[in-house]
Write a protein that binds this ligand. Structure first.
Ligand SMILES: [Fe+2]
Ligand SMILES: [Fe+2]
Length: 296
């Protein structure tokens, strides 16, 4: 059963513009691809903290455009994978719903996630998607998590955290269509997060669920706290290998420790907001809310 669910939740779905399904879908949602995706003109440099990086400021225009373009593409590919996982998540929650109203709610959310996916699809080629450790964790949780664990991990923590992430993406966008898209996504995500808070009941957690939630959140917090690797990778892909000294310099220039602390604190506050202070305390005891930059 688990294998079947795994297979049906995350099939390798290739798009084919000539297929009958996509023609029908195109009548329901905007499925077209934006013709001129110049990635370096989607977001401001400051949206990725690149304006603070002296190495980047010393690059020529072509190199800067390449790095900016890499940052934008990696951000869009991550958003695509998040929306894709969100669609599968809502399908599973619809089947696990405790009432018809709840099932209707998740069916509506699934449609919203499909629309978000189509928005992001306008800017990227989904064939470039590769699963990083965060996306792999996300998929694993959607497949294996129980209804209550999912409500807390996916809807309260990840969608709550995602709201902050998307807000920054919306504010830093230069492209008007992209800015509009993220404004619309933010409205839906706020209601997804809010309904998670309404549906989650802290008294119902079993010991297994409690332990599972802690294990997943410890992994997620490590990823958040380990530093600006997406930025470093985008710079390396554009301009070659960075040595340890250069990576450390970038980390300090963008105030990486402070940034990681702020992100980790958002997650701690969300746990407290959900009424699971005990989970926050246990994670605190194992230093999960501390930045994990290890190149010092
Ligand atoms: Fe979404
Ligand atoms: Fe969502």
């Amino acid at each position: 059963m688990k294998k079947e669910l795994e297979h049906s939740l995350f099939k390798d779905l290739k798009s084919n513009s000539k297929s009958g399904i996509e023609k029908i879908l195109a009548k329901k949602i905007n499925f077209g691809k934006k013709s001129d995706s110049n990635y370096s003109s989607l977001w401001k440099e400051s949206s990725f903290n690149l304006d603070k990086v002296s190495l980047y400021n010393g690059f020529n225009q072509a190199q800067q455009n390449q790095v900016l373009s890499n940052c934008a593409q990696s951000r869009l590919l991550e958003s695509y994978a998040i929306e894709d996982a969100g669609m599968s998540y809502c399908a599973k929650m619809s089947l696990l719903a405790h009432s018809q109203s709840e099932q209707m709610l998740y069916s509506t959310f699934a449609q919203e996630e499909a629309i978000h996916l189509s928005f992001i699809q306008r800017f990227i080629d989904p064939d470039n998607i590769t699963n990083d450790s965060f996306i792999s964790l996300l998929k694993e949780v959607v497949i294996h998590g129980s209804r209550r664990s999912l409500l807390l991990i996916m809807q309260i923590i990840l969608e709550g955290w995602g709201l902050e992430h998307y807000k920054k993406m919306q504010q830093g966008a230069i492209d008007p269509e992209l800015k509009e898209i993220f404004s619309l996504i933010l409205i839906d995500e706020a209601s997804h997060h809010g309904s998670g808070l309404v549906l989650f009941n802290t008294n119902n957690l079993t010991t297994n669920e409690y332990e599972y939630i802690k294990e997943v959140l410890a992994k997620f917090l490590y990823m958040v706290g380990c530093g600006p690797w997406a930025l470093l990778n985008s710079i390396e892909q554009g301009c070659g290998h960075l040595n340890k000294r250069q990576k450390n310099m970038i980390y300090h220039e963008i105030n990486g420790e402070q940034e990681s602390m702020e992100k980790l604190n958002i997650i701690k506050k969300l746990l407290i907001k959900a009424g699971v202070q005990d989970i926050a305390d246990d994670l605190e005891k194992t230093n999960c809310f501390k930045p994990q930059w290890d190149l010092k």
